[in-house]
Design a protein around this ligand. Structure first.
Ligand code: COA
Length: 553
């Protein structure tokens, strides 16, 4: 197990770059290609990856140092004992580096971007600015648009920022001029030659003909006169961007490298809220950690200090002082359910409306279907009736079939009726969704709900089968209870809780009659639904369930 040098690999043409962040510490174990440190030129930041898996024994540079290709940045003991060039991210033997760099620089002119297309417009000319060479990267997502239509920009001002999994690059403006139509949006994937935006350039006499021929283009793209983005290429192959990639909120500038963005995504930290302490306000990993730590501390301070949502956190005592305890990690499902419940509970002003439906006749009818159900191999429980009644109520009172978009101050009205059913399973609560409930018959609903409930218990539900609900029914009727206050499954705006039906004496005007009463608990989002509508909703449900013939109307 010999110690080997970690060297700066080919930087794709950049001479000297500045170390802006040291990502690992001495003693850290790294995998091959794990980022070791981040360097930055005036156009791009790049992470230098570990050349091989192993243990970092020394880091020989510090933040602010300038490094160039071939410089030693640290030492590492390879975990497999294998040697290697020691060049970060370079699989080639060390002696070949020089050749490689030469090849790279010779090849550079061919990397020039294609000629921009020109359009004449009065005294000014309009150019379609295209994406120049991205040093071998294709399909690189746009993470930031740095300009808006109508902005005046100088030559070399950044137009858009793109980010591969290894590098963040700003594509600079090839000209001074005015931004016209922007032809890309955040999240779009760009390759060399993609149209970026239109720019209007005032003729200033230098450009005699007012039109640009290929020599103009060549000049525009020549490294001496116009900037092509000099992305500092990594020798290691880029890895595909995960599907969890989310661009930051539009309009907010974030200066951070790929590893920092990845860390922030993993920790759920919003980089637009993190203050950068690196050069030029750049966000470094320590900033993200410090931000997350401060958020957690706030959340854990049980008294006084409010969390980001304004709610004081709950401070846990040391339970072992009261007796024996055991700690167990939450399952992913439990953690996800807990987060969803809390999010709904904190975001939604809940009110619960109670009512009882007289299901005496419905139960007679349901029981009369037993033989038919056996023939079909389907058990008719109260649930299909509840689904049908809720679908009818959602159609009649469409203010329950909405979601609120508070950011845009819009109400989203749904023209479909999909209903979720809460299913109790040994591994936690799951909510499969029955689509187009209004268009299905009782038997179909009975069969589908039984099938989905079974799939839930067997952990066989597909994600698509748990999405798209407008409303949820949670039935504890098979278990017991007289009423409860379910939590709205936001962004839905209402949920119906059903408790156990019980025989009750009901006054018919002359005498008490024994009637089978089904307790209903409708929780709703009071921002979307008012109390009178909630009373109308449960009223309608009691009518529909009280006389199921009305479900046919
Ligand atoms: N009142 C009285 N009895 C009821 C009833 C009610 N409201 N609802 C169901 N029953 C009866 C059924 O008729 C059946 O009795 P039977 O065998 O004599 O016919 C029995 O209870 C069991 O029914 P179940 O198998 O639960 O079927 P279902 O169609 O009513 O419910 C689910 C299916 C998936 C909703 C149910 O199994 C479930 O998981 N419920 C729990 C949901 C939950 O955990 N919610 C809490 C969320 S916080």
């Amino acid at each position: 197990m010999s110690e080997q040098e970690i060297k700066v690999p080919d930087l794709g043409g950049a001479d000297e770059v500045e170390v802006i962040e040291i990502i690992v510490s001495e003693g850290d174990s790294v995998e091959e290609e794990d980022p070791i440190l981040t360097v930055e030129s005036d156009k791009a930041s790049v992470e230098l990856p570990a050349p091989t898996a192993g243990k970092i024994t020394r880091i020989t540079v510090k933040v602010g140092d300038k490094v160039k290709e071939g410089d030693v940045i640290g030492l590492l003991v390879a975990s497999d004992g294998a040697g290697g060039s020691g060049d970060a991210g370079d699989d080639e033997p060390a002696e070949k580096d020089g050749e490689k760099a030469d090849e790279q620089s010779e090849a550079a002119p061919e990397d020039a971007p294609p000629a921009p297309k020109k359009k004449k417009s009065g005294g000014a000319r309009t150019e379609v600015v295209k994406v120049p060479s991205l040093d071998g990267f294709d399909d690189v997502p746009v993470i930031e648009i740095n300009v808006s239509e109508g902005d005046s920009v100088g030559e070399e001002d950044p137009l858009v920022t793109v980010e591969s999994d290894k590098a963040t690059m700003e594509i600079p403006s090839p000209f001074a001029g005015k931004i016209g139509k922007i032809l890309v949006k955040e999240g779009d994937k760009l390759s060399e030659g993609s149209d970026l935006l239109e720019m209007t350039i005032e003729d200033d006499g230098d450009d005699e003909e007012g039109s640009v021929d290929s020599s103009d283009s060549a000049r525009a793209e020549s490294p001496e006169s116009k900037p092509a983005p000099k992305e500092r290429k990594q020798e290691s192959a880029p890895q595909p961007q995960g599907s969890t990639y989310e661009p930051p909120s539009p309009g907010t500038k974030v200066h951070a490298g790929p590893a920092v963005r990845k860390l922030a995504r993993e920790l759920g930290a919003d980089l637009t809220r993190v203050k950068g302490s690196g050069p030029k306000g750049r966000i470094i990993k320590d900033d993200v950690h410090a931000y997350v730590k401060s958020q957690l501390q706030q959340a854990q301070q049980g008294t006084g200090v409010a969390t980001g949502s304004g709610i004081p956190g709950v401070k846990l005592p040391d339970f072992s002082q009261f007796g024996e305890v055991e700690r167990e990690g939450m399952s992913r499902m439990m953690a996800a359910t807990a987060a969803n419940m809390q999010r709904s509970w904190l975001n939604v002003p809940h009110v619960t409306q109670f009512d009882d439906a007289d299901i005496t006749e419905m139960e007679d009818f349901r029981k009369a279907q037993k033989a038919a159900g056996e023939k079909r191999g389907v058990k008719m429980t109260p649930l299909p009736f509840l689904l049908k009644a809720c679908a009818a109520a959602l159609a009649e009172l469409p203010q329950f079939n909405v979601s609120l978009d508070m950011e845009r101050k819009e109400v989203v009205r749904k023209k479909y009726i999909h209903i979720g059913i809460a299913v109790d399973t040994p591994h936690g609560l799951m909510v499969p969704v029955i689509r187009d409930v209004d268009q299905k018959g009782l038997w179909e609903l009975a069969a589908e709900s039984a099938e989905l409930a079974q799939k839930a218990r067997d952990k066989k539900l597909k994600p698509a089968e748990m999405q798209g609900a407008c409303f949820t029914i949670t039935s504890l009727g098979g278990i017991g209870g007289t009423a409860f206050t379910p939590i709205v499954n936001t962004p839905e705006v209402a949920i119906l809780g059903v408790s156990k039906a019980a025989m009750k004496p009901v006054w018919d005007g002359k005498a008490f009659q024994p009637r089978l009463m089904l307790p209903l608990s409708l929780s709703y989002d009071h921002r979307a639904v008012n109390g009178a509508d909630a009373a109308r909703f449960t009223n309608l449900l009691t009518q529909l369930l009280g006389d199921i013939r009305t479900l046919l109307l």
